[in-house]
Design a protein around this ligand. Structure first.
Ligand code: NAD
Length: 411
């Protein structure tokens, strides 16, 4: 165990918890979250995000989970992984970062290091240093304490690209001594560190990684809308186009979560402040958001046609309600929004998701298990292709059920 560095991870969500779990294998580490319930659960080895099983939540090196602010005094290496959402008007909400920065500032000592990992718009780190860290600590960054930025690439539900197996960007503008100190911590986090002196470059790189993905999906979503309109065979077109060496095969989808729908607005915000318009980003956002309407329309058209042809009010099953496959998270989930809106209009509608967080299941009366009732549905809709849904799809196909797969999840 390294006795000198005592990391404290602030915000133990999808990003902070895996990071803390890596660090505590080498250092006495503090996992701090202001959500008391989260801390209580983690102490009992329960991760309600369902990313970690009990056996992976065993803590070493006398490390601790805490929601007690006074614990921060024990740390000399703060890592910030709090949320950075958008407001109702799609403006960056950096209030969590502000609160975390003030809290750190009040506990800062000479020689301490602060690394921000939350996704931000370029220039945010500098803003946090000037407005909160320096001000509330009465110390000076670069002289008394040091700040770096290391964007996060955690991909929930992806067991291949876990934190230890991916490359991690590390922006540390300080001296060689500071760089070495930060590296001595992060070498235990990720397989390869990509170093830069420029915090703005790292901040911008992070958002454009996600924006590129958002735009690629938007493009293929728009092609799906076009082929649907023209009654062309989408899968056949994709098969042909992808035979070209440089065609990149993206799949359509309901883009949700806290990264892809958010990051274009972050970059656009700072561009606008600098009197520049980023034209493609928001066009992509429009297309991806419009998929909710497209999918809902497909389902409603089918309901109407079943009513007409079979003279029944169909019993409908909607499979997959989280924001993407194999995750329990429903933040900005378009499939959940589709389900909630349809439920207001159609009584005979059942949502099914066996991956989703428990509190969401009970809040929206979503079923976790449909083994006993699965044969009773007249119409089955697939919106998210959780691993566990594939056998269900095959089952319904064999049973010759009426299936809607508006996003072409299955062949
Ligand atoms: N989840 C992802 O897939 C992902 C991937 C890459 C980057 N990011 C970015 O990482 C950051 C964190 O995202 P997340 O998904 O882990 O969020 P999250 O909501 O899962 O977790 C954040 C945690 O921070 C806690 N928190 C909030 N304010 C706090 C404070 N002042 N002090 C202590 N704890 C506080 C919350 O209680 C919560 O447990 C965001 O900027 C996000 O954009 C997320």
């Amino acid at each position: 165990m390294n006795n000198k560095i005592k990391p404290c991870v602030i915000g133990l969500g999808y990003v902070g918890l895996p990071l803390f779990l890596r660090l505590q294998t080498k250092f006495f580490s503090i996992g701090f979250d202001n959500d008391k319930k989260r801390i209580k659960n983690l102490r009992k080895k329960i991760d309600t995000n369902k990313e970690f099983k009990k056996q992976n939540l065993t803590i070493k090196n006398r490390s601790i989970f805490s929601s007690n602010q006074s614990i921060l005094k024990k740390s000399n290496f703060f890592i910030v992984t709090v949320p950075t959402p958008v407001t109702k008007n799609n403006k960056p909400d950096i209030s969590f970062l502000k609160n975390a920065s003030i809290l750190i500032a009040k506990n800062l000592k000479k020689g301490d290091i602060v690394i921000f990992e939350s996704t931000v718009f370029p220039s945010t780190t500098n803003y946090l240093i000037n407005n909160y860290l320096n001000k509330f600590s009465n110390l000076v960054e670069g002289k008394h304490f040091f700040v770096g930025y290391s964007p996060e690439r955690v991909n929930p539900g992806d067991s291949k690209h876990t934190i230890s197996k991916i490359k991690k960007i590390l922006a540390i503008p300080g001296s060689v001594k500071i760089k070495n100190r930060v590296k001595s911590v992060y070498k235990h986090v990720s397989k390869k560190l990509i170093l830069t002196n420029s915090i703005e470059s790292a901040e911008t790189a992070k958002v454009i990684e996600n924006i590129q993905r958002d735009l690629n999906i938007a493009f293929i979503n728009e092609i799906l809308l076009f082929t649907d309109k023209m009654k062309y065979n989408f899968d056949e077109i994709l098969r042909l186009a992808s035979s070209k060496w440089n065609f990149i095969k993206f799949r359509p989808g309901l883009v949700g979560g806290h990264c892809l729908p958010v990051d274009p607005h972050y970059l656009n915000y700072i561009a606008q402040l600098n009197k520049m318009k980023l034209k493609t980003l928001l066009a992509g956002r429009d297309v991806n958001n419009s998929m909710q309407k497209f999918v809902s329309k497909k389902i409603e058209e089918k309901i109407i046609s079943i009513r007409k042809e079979k003279k029944i009010d169909p019993k409908i099953l909607i499979c997959g309600l989280t924001y993407k496959k194999n995750v329990s998270d429903v933040r900005n989930s378009l499939s959940l929004k589709i389900f909630i809106n349809l439920k207001k209009k159609y009584k005979q509608i059942v949502g099914f998701d066996n991956v989703c967080e428990d509190k969401i299941l009970s809040k929206f009366k979503i079923e976790r298990d449909i083994e006993k009732t699965k044969d009773s549905f007249d119409l089955v809709v697939f919106l998210v292709d959780h691993k566990k849904n594939k056998s269900l799809y095959k089952y319904f196909k064999r049973q010759k059920k009426i299936i809607i797969d508006p996003l072409k999840l299955y062949k």
